[in-house]
Design a protein around this ligand. Sequence first.
Ligand code: GTP
Ligand code: MG
Length: 319
Amino acid sequence: MSGEKGRITEITDLPGVGPSTAQKLVEAGFASVEAIAVATPQEIATATGISLPAAAKIVKAAREALDIRFKTAKELKEERLRVRKITTGSKNLDELLGGGVETNTITEFYGEYGTGKTQICHQLSVNVQLPEDKGGLNAKAVYIDTEGTFRWERIEQMAKGVGLDPDAAMEGIYWIRAVNSHHQMAIVDELFDLVKKDNIKLVIVDSLTSHFRAEFPGRENLAMRQQLLNKHLHQLMRLAEIHSIAVVVTNQVMARPDVFYGDPTQAVGGHVVAHAPGVRVYLKKSRGNRRIARVVDAPHLPEGETVFAITEWGIRDPE
Ligand code: GTP
Ligand code: MG
């Protein structure tokens, strides 16, 4: 069925997609106009058995339906002005990020174990629900948990810490456990549909890389791992852009003392993650509950470091 202003919203509205083609597309994981628009005709043809010219026609129609085309610089400026921010709970960290975690892009928090990546994800899932004058977007969050480290108890505590009703805050987070990398990507495909129906403005993937690392270990699997991670990041980027959502991912990396003063990172997924668009924040342990954050390779943000703390009530500035 067509949505507002006669826009195409269902795959069956696309020219060339009859019931049997629609079924093939859905079975192959291309269940939404968005999923089709970000795929290549080759991918669709291979996965569904539809001919390449037919697949190309469907992809073209999906891209037109979503207004994926040349934009003027003025339009880019207007898009930039529409970007909104979610507070992290720490003024220091917000300032480092130019006001908070941005919508329409991917923000990656990476660092060693225990540096606060998961705590920041919990905090953002709560804070996105705050009214705009308190640094939120008055919206809900999706939490894709790959390691089983999500704790509702922590959400309850953090909600109290920002003056939200804990039950309401827990209702505002959709949690799902991704059991493997394939499942993780399938979940994101489905999100294109879900975020349209509900007021979701934040999607968390904690951790982005753990399944990929476990399933494709070692150098011999590096190419495959990077190819899949690349596809996954591309999906997430489109999700962020098409629906004006903040996407936050985490990535555990090993500390490398030998390169401490250079780029101290050996990110899992290495260059794939490094080259995806968005904001990358490196986290490092400091004294006690303090953590150091540094923005890496963000052309629109000034370089620098800051300190935040993980407290009983969540992410805050240090005392
Ligand atoms: P990995 O997922 O293992 O890579 O680590 P991570 O970066 O996700 O670390 P995480 O966010 O889980 O941070 C763990 C740290 O947060 C712990 O070392 C604690 O210091 C702190 N922390 C976690 N839960 C609480 C809590 O309920 N209260 C307080 N005060 N601190 C907590
Ligand atoms: Mg974690």
